[in-house]
Design a protein around this ligand. Structure first.
Ligand SMILES: *Cc1c(COP(=O)(O)O)cnc(C)c1O
Length: 230
């Protein structure tokens, strides 16, 4: 086994136990939190290594990269789409993707509805929230979430399962707390739609679980720093 495979094994064990510990501290069970491996730029060899360790969910950012790598992944591990999504790419995801995390606008939800109907499926999605109000980030403004949810809820081929966020880098947990609050508030009116809170990445997965995250998306802490030159 090469040194990078060994590193993935060690990283997996450490992160999984930190997630489990945070879940218990938060009054939940370890299995209540999904540990997603984010695969962008990662060689499929190491993605499969993570699957061998126990990873049961993959996160893909780019349609083309996923299409070029998917055949090389071990069978049977569900794939979520977490990247910015252009409406003209939606059709490539239909029937292939467990959950689309990055639905940040009505036009995208409408396209998913259209394509899902065409394929005879109901597509599970999350609504992405720009909790830090950053210009550079996608996601709906917290103030616009209720209106977006009210509309998407009426779509027969789209099922809203929860919220996703990429908070700004921050030395404290204020954005995680704000997102937790928004999720719980939204859940009061729409308990059925608010099952999943996709929050937490390499730098903040444990803190995110302490703030109610049910799904953490981990890339570099698991696979090492990304090499975008590939
Ligand atoms: C890349 C990416 C991640 C993982 O980032 P790391 O900091 O490497 O863990 C999580 N979520 C999304 C949407 C990403 O694009």
């Amino acid at each position: 086994m090469d040194s990078k495979s060994l590193a993935v094994r060690e990283n997996y064990k450490r992160i999984a136990s930190e997630i489990a510990e945070a879940a218990v501290k938060n009054g939940r069970k370890p299995e209540d939190v999904s540990f997603m491996a984010v695969t962008k730029t990662v060689d499929p060899v190491y993605v499969n290594e993570a699957i061998d360790c126990g990873i049961r969910l993959l996160g893909e950012n780019r349609v083309q990269e996923w299409q070029s790598k998917r055949e090389a992944y071990r069978d049977g591990v569900p794939v979520d789409f977490i990247g910015a999504l252009q409406t003209n790419k939606v059709k490539y995801l239909m029937g292939q993707i467990r959950l689309i995390h990055s639905v940040d606008r009505l036009s995208l939800a409408q396209e998913i509805e259209k394509q899902a109907e065409k394929h005879g499926i109901v597509q599970d999605i999350l609504l992405e929230v720009n909790i830090g109000g950053e210009d550079s980030k996608s996601g709906t403004a917290p103030a616009d979430l209720a209106a977006l949810l009210a509309q998407v809820k009426t779509f027969p081929h789209v099922r809203v399962r929860g919220l996703m966020t990429i908070p700004p880098p921050c030395s404290d947990d204020r954005y995680l707390a704000a997102m937790e609050e928004l999720f719980l508030r939204t859940k009061e009116n729409d308990p059925e739609q608010m099952q999943i809170l996709s929050m937490g990445m390499s730098d903040d997965y444990a803190a995110a679980v302490l703030h109610g995250s049910t799904l953490v998306r981990v890339g570099s802490a698991l696979f090492g720093a990304r090499d975008y030159s590939r």
